[in-house]
Design a protein around this ligand. Structure first.
Ligand code: KIV
Length: 275
């Protein structure tokens, strides 16, 4: 069944957990969709795991549209949420609405996600008023990594926890249909989840949230540059891939691949007529 923002609302009402994974291409989106995951996030984490950048700062609108469109073609039932990249919404409400519109029209997103609390509420309101569903993102917001001074758990002090709670209320009030809580103490995430009517989607925020999201390369053991504490490796696909690459190399070298069954045939009659 097609997942929409209504699915998110109903899941919260019924106390059913939501699942979300990232994807950046058609084939992966299809596999995730076929597994019945509720939502696919085309995260700007593509800067790290696909493009090999150190952070998400250099990711462009064109990158998000290119990968978002591929994912949207592979996702039949999952709600496709596409990240708004750095500086595509911070600059003005106008820029935010225009760029969110591009993600809907050109990438065929079902919703957009942007990072920040009270400071981006005018943008959330503008985008929602344009008929585009918005997922907010609080806690460790990677586009502000230079302001945080590194990847750190957020909301640990009284002031920081209070700000996160107020930001959560503000993004709900502005019209967001869900909010990602990244690297937030579980007890604080629990408080936010209980207080909000919209769904909280946790990543490094305990099992108390209304749903969970992970970067698929992290949960499949395919990305080894950096593994946060909150990641569980559900499979070691990286090792399986490396092993397959080695077998391929060996079989090509010894001539056992391609075998007879991988060949195309031609009749000897044709060959005999060649000169
Ligand atoms: O870009 C991304 O993948 C994200 C998730 C980590 C929530 O924002």
């Amino acid at each position: 069944m097609k997942n929409t923002v209504v699915t998110f609302r109903q899941a919260k009402e019924k106390g059913e957990k939501l699942t979300m994974l990232t994807a950046y291409d058609y084939s992966t989106a299809k596999l995730i969709d076929e597994a019945g995951i509720n939502s696919i996030l085309v995260g700007d984490s593509l800067g790290n795991v696909i493009l090999g950048y150190e952070d998400t700062i250099s990711v462009t609108m064109e990158d998000m549209i290119h990968h978002g469109a591929a994912v949207a073609r592979g996702a039949k039932n999952a709600l496709v949420v596409v990240d708004m990249p750095f500086m595509s919404y911070q600059t003005s409400v106008y820029d935010a609405v225009v760029n969110a519109g591009r993600l809907m029209k050109e990438a065929r997103a079902g919703a957009v996600k942007l990072e920040g609390g009270k400071e981006v509420c005018p943008q959330i309101q503008g985008i929602v008023q344009a008929g585009i569903p918005v997922m907010a993102h609080l806690g460790l917001t990677p586009q502000s990594i230079h302001a945080f001074g590194g990847f750190k758990v957020q909301g640990k002090t009284k002031a920081a926890a209070q700000k996160l709670l107020e930001d959560a209320r503000a993004v709900q009030e502005a019209g967001a249909f869900a909010v990602v809580l990244e690297c937030v103490p579980a007890k604080l995430a629990d408080m936010v989840t209980k207080e909000l009517e919209i769904s909280t989607i946790g990543i490094g925020a305990g099992n108390v949230c209304d749903g969970q999201v992970l970067v698929y390369q992290d949960m499949l053991g395919m990305f080894s540059d950096f593994t946060p504490k909150f990641v569980k490796k559900f499979a070691n696909v990286g090792e399986v891939m490396k092993e397959a690459f080695l077998f391929y190399k060996k079989e090509v070298a010894e001539g056992s691949f391609p075998a007879k069954e991988h060949e195309y045939t031609i009749s000897d009659d044709v060959l005999e007529k060649l000169y």
